[in-house]
Design a protein around this ligand. Structure first.
Ligand code: IVH
Length: 663
């Protein structure tokens, strides 16, 4: 190795050590000036000789890599969420359930960090991938941004293959500084640390992320058995020894009293922490016990999250305004004097309907208590009657649509008022917004405001108008804020969405009673739009999970929207279900399965269909080519065959965990 290469290695090492001591150990070992001096020297050499740059070079940390889209990555093991408990009784129930299974566990208590979870994958000790949780099964590749987080090691002290998981977050003070700057620059403020962290990590340009000074704690090792690890505490120690930042506050406790003490202590000093936490995570320490307790579709049964009580704040109800949704439903909304609750600024809260407002006896001008818990939508809890001055104005429900002024209608016995005018501009705008939304046709770049503006300017009056934007491009560009590049991108996204699988269209049409789940069910049952349109109410009702109200709504919709469907067909929108190949999944795709015995809640064919839709093979007998044998209750001789041949066996818990996460 020549001298220069040696120097690069040396500088890389010194700077990485310094980073580790500063950002992970909170114990600086060199001065900022020294650090900058070494960093400049390294940058100079790397600029002259890019071939000498090490993959773990600290210069990665300043960002530079720009990607054009986030690639999707299927997690090797699903990234599960946690069930919540809200009080002492529910913590006791959690513990009692585990005891009922015959265990007497020790627990590890951890802070529940308010950020977003990440999976970090290392190969031969090098960080190769950082992935968001996404929907738990598939996440997004954020490697370029993860590398800018200085408390995440780029190289481990040993050349091992390992995946660890943890939380990326933004410190409170960082958010404060960032918002001060944004205010000066006239940019909208970031609402809370979680949104700020999520927005910062979802940047295409890693230089932006690098400036956001994100941090992380690692709290989960998905495959402890690979490293001979028997307890969660050992896993935490192990990850710490590899250079990961593990929260020093984590504590092993032997019983409920220990858990409650931990919660009491942190409730006291929570506000003094440099980062935001929204609760305490309680995990069974023993890994064998964890495995025996198993998982539900969404959560491990061996862990739970205690959430701090929702914070209540007083503010003024300055007005009650009315919004119209795509179905015509008119909703009263509280306009509030802006107030910060749980780190978010609250300006509005839904008041649902007339009855809700009357039941709370709200008056405009009232002082009201606002509550918000975590992600939960803010709510108006009550009016403080003792603060009334006599100047408050009584609430009055409107009887005309605030948009088109047609008379509102109310179904007897129901609380909601509806605008029934199919030409109501607000209803139409909301329908288009729904059609392009993420769970529907998922057309990126067409935000609510753009849709509304394009509607008001007369360019997009209905969903079918979306498909002729190309012809109107020149005219649209006459208006402020529409560049050719961004319009081209929108048009390209609209074009691509024509290939969506049928369920997206079904959901996007906004048929009453059809949510994403039902849309998927209908698409998979009928495969094509024509088959679905041809279905009778009886045929629809014969499908599990489709009730008579839904069946009626579907039949009525298609009876009255024949022209629209024809037009969409003519435009070239896909009208078939593509879900037969639902996707790929690392644990299932290309694997050969055999099933024996019964699995609760799943028929044999259902399991087969599901696995096959992820391109797995399911065969009738076990051979040495079989990858996995699913063994349910009362298995046959195939179970013994699997044991004899040493083939991987999935029990019911494991099978359910995987099946429920294949979406
Ligand atoms: S453990 C299988 N530990 O909370 C166990 N999660 O509400 C996986 N979170 O998705 C999670 N702090 O993003 C765990 N100390 C902690 C955590 C934590 C924050 C987040 C995580 C998870 C969410 C569930």
């Amino acid at each position: 190795m020549n001298d220069l290469a040696k120097r690069v290695e040396e500088l890389t090492h010194i700077l990485n050590e310094a980073n580790y001591n500063y950002y992970v150990n909170d114990n600086p070992t060199i001065t900022d000036q020294e650090y900058d001096k070494y960093l400049r020297e390294l940058i100079n050499i790397e600029t002259e000789h890019p071939e000498l740059m090490k993959p773990n070079s600290p210069t990665n940390r300043v960002g530079g890599e720009v990607i054009d889209k986030f690639n999707k990555i299927v997690h090797a093991r699903p990234m599960l969420s946690l069930a919540n408990v809200f009080n002492e009784d529910e913590i006791r129930d959690f513990d009692a359930k585990i005891k009922k299974e015959g265990f007497n566990p020790e627990y590890v208590c951890e802070y529940k960090i308010d950020g977003l979870s990440v999976a970090l994958i290392y190969e031969h000790g090098e960080l190769v991938r950082g992935v968001t949780r996404g929907d738990g099964v598939t996440g997004e590749d954020i490697t370029h941004n993860v590398k800018t987080i200085k408390s995440i090691p780029l190289t481990l002290p040993r050349p091992i293959d390992i995946e660890v998981r943890g939380e990326i977050f933004m410190n409170k003070i960082t958010l404060k500084k960032l918002n001060e700057q944004r205010e000066k620059d006239g940019q909208p403020l970031l609402q809370n640390v979680r949104n700020a962290a999520a927005g910062s990590i979802r940047q295409l340009d890693s230089r932006v992320t690098a400036k956001r000074e994100l941090d992380n704690f690692i709290y989960y090792l998905p495959e402890p058995e690979k490293y001979g690890i028997k307890t969660h505490l050992e896993a935490l120690e192990f990850m710490k020894s590899l250079g990961f930042k593990v929260n020093p506050a984590n504590r092993l406790v032997s019983d409920i009293t220990g858990i409650l003490d931990f919660i009491d202590e942190i409730t006291e000093k929570r506000n003094k922490l440099p980062y935001e936490i929204d609760g305490v995570v309680i995990k069974v320490n023993n890994i064998a016990m964890q495995e025996k307790l198993g998982y539900t579709a969404k959560y491990p049964k061996w862990a739970t999250a205690y959430k701090f009580p929702a914070e209540e704040v007083l503010t003024k109800l300055t007005d009650i305004i009315f919004t119209v949704g795509r179905t015509g439903r008119v909703t009263p909304n509280a306009v509030l004097e802006p107030v910060i609750v749980m780190g978010s600024t609250i300006r509005r809260a839904t008041l649902h309907n007339e009855d809700y407002v009357l039941s709370k006896h709200l008056m405009i001008g009232d002082t009201v208590a606002i509550r918000k818990a975590g992600d939960v939508i803010p709510e108006v809890v009550e009016a403080k009657f003792e603060r009334r001055t006599g100047k408050e104005i009584p609430f009055q429900m409107i009887h005309e649509c605030p948009m088109c002024h047609s008379k509102l209608e109310k179904i007897a016995g129901q609380a909601d008022y509806y605008c029934k005018n199919p030409e109501c501009p607000k209803r139409n705008i909301e329908s288009i917004i729904h059609y392009v939304s993420r769970d529907a046709m998922n057309i990126e770049g067409l935000g609510d405001e753009i849709v509304e503006e394009l509607y008001n300017l007369g360019f997009v009056k209905s969903i079918t108008d979306l498909y002729s934007l190309e012809d109107k491009k020149k005219a649209i560009m006459e208006f402020d804020g529409y560049g050719e590049k961004s319009l081209n991108k929108i048009i390209e996204n609209i074009e691509n969405s024509k290939n969506n699988s049928l369920e997206r269209l079904l959901y996007g049409l906004g048929i009453k009673e059809i949510g994403t789940k039902t849309a998927k069910l209908l698409a998979s049952e009928f495969s094509t739009m024509d088959m679905l349109i041809g279905a009778t109410r009886e045929e629809l009702e014969s499908i599990r999970d489709i009730g008579s109200i839904t069946a009626k709504s579907v039949v009525e919709y298609f009876a009255t929207h024949k022209d629209l469907i024809e037009e969409l067909k003519h435009i070239g929108i896909n009208m078939t279900y593509k879900g037969r190949i639902a996707g790929t999944n690392e644990i299932v795709t290309d694997k050969k399965f055999v099933i024996t015995g019964t699995i609760t809640g799943w028929g044999r064919n259902e399991i087969k269909d599901k696995l096959e839709s992820f391109n797995a093979k399911v065969s009738g007998s076990v051979s040495k080519n079989t990858d996995i044998v699913i063994v349910g209750a009362n298995p046959g001789s195939k179970y013994q065959d699997a044991l004899n041949l040493g083939i991987t066996i999935w029990d019911e818990a494991k099978t359910l965990e995987v099946l429920n996460n294949l979406q």
